[in-house]
Write a protein that binds this ligand. Structure first.
Ligand SMILES: Nc1ncnc2c1ncn2[C@@H]1O[C@H](COP(=O)(O)OP(=O)(O)O)[C@@H](O)[C@H]1O
Ligand SMILES: [Mg+2]
Length: 246
């Protein structure tokens, strides 16, 4: 299949005696924007780590379509089109915006020449990423001079350096000012349907507005999954997470 889904089957993660994830079944449909929400400590980042290959689950499997990738390391998954932007910023503040993006693109091109891997679209160059992220006018500015929101846009742009089919974003709106939220929200939404986006985000207004599917985690369990309308109406979710006001 050209664009397989990412599937978690009965995934469990234990840290010593503590169960961070328990029996998670999840399917990320290609082209969707699929959000993972839940209170702090629910296991959202741990699930990202399992899906992107930074962490091996204690139980269960991760598949890309029919292919079992449970034991495949993160760099192997990048070659399957799975990329991740990190909560902790990877930006080089003293380099320009364009130089940061060029580094992200070159990191993949180098890997490509070693492995003869042909997954990278050679047309997806620095200019294209600048255009996609709305950062053209800032291309020659040092990254350190950007607003926090523009830096988050740059991080997303760097995650696009490998021309990924699957983009994992962990709290891309954290610390972003109200003025910049709209722009980052539109940027995230614009990645689909060409790319599949998996999003962890606390801003419920944004999540309910832009998601195709939402999975709700609480204490390591998936307590609900559905469309934004389903999630908004789910009494279990309201009790566990949303509060009566949403
Ligand atoms: N490497 C680790 N070792 C031990 N406990 C961890 C580790 N990573 C996460 N945890 C614990 O697992 C739980 C889920 O963490 P995390 O996935 O970061 O939650 P979330 O991203 O939803 O806030 C938390 O209680 C956290 O303290
Ligand atoms: Mg987290």
């Amino acid at each position: 299949m050209d664009r397989p889904g990412i599937i978690a089957e009965n995934v469990g993660v234990r840290f010593g005696g503590f169960r961070a994830l328990n029996r998670i079944d999840l399917e990320i449909t290609p082209g969707n924007l699929h959000s993972i929400i839940g209170p702090n400590g629910a296991g959202k980042t741990t699930l990202f780590n399992v899906l992107t290959g930074r962490l091996q689950p204690s139980e269960g499997h991760v598949r890309l379509g029919v292919r079992d990738i449970t034991r495949m390391a993160a760099h192997g998954r990048v070659h399957l089109g799975i990329a991740r932007s990190f909560q902790v910023t990877n930006i080089f503040h003293n380099l320009t915006v364009a130089e940061n993006i060029r580094l992200a693109v070159q990191a993949v091109r180098r890997a490509e020449s070693w492995t003869f891997w042909r997954g990278v679209n050679p047309d997806l160059n620095v200019e294209e990423i600048l255009a996609a992220t709305g950062l053209q006018a800032r291309a020659a500015d040092r990254a350190g001079t950007l607003s926090h929101g523009a830096q988050r846009a740059l991080e997303i742009g760097m995650a696009l350096g490998s021309d990924p089919r699957y983009v994992f974003l962990d709290e891309p709106l954290a610390g972003v000012s109200i003025d910049d939220i709209h722009r980052i929200k539109n940027l995230i939404r614009s990645l689909t349907p060409r790319r599949t986006v998996v999003l962890i985000e606390h801003n419920m207004r944004v999540v309910l507005d832009i998601s195709d599917r939402i999975t709700v985690l609480a204490q390591g369990e998936a307590i609900a999954e559905g469309t934004p309308a389903d999630i908004r109406a789910n009494p279990l979710v309201r009790a566990a997470y949303l509060g009566a006001s949403v």
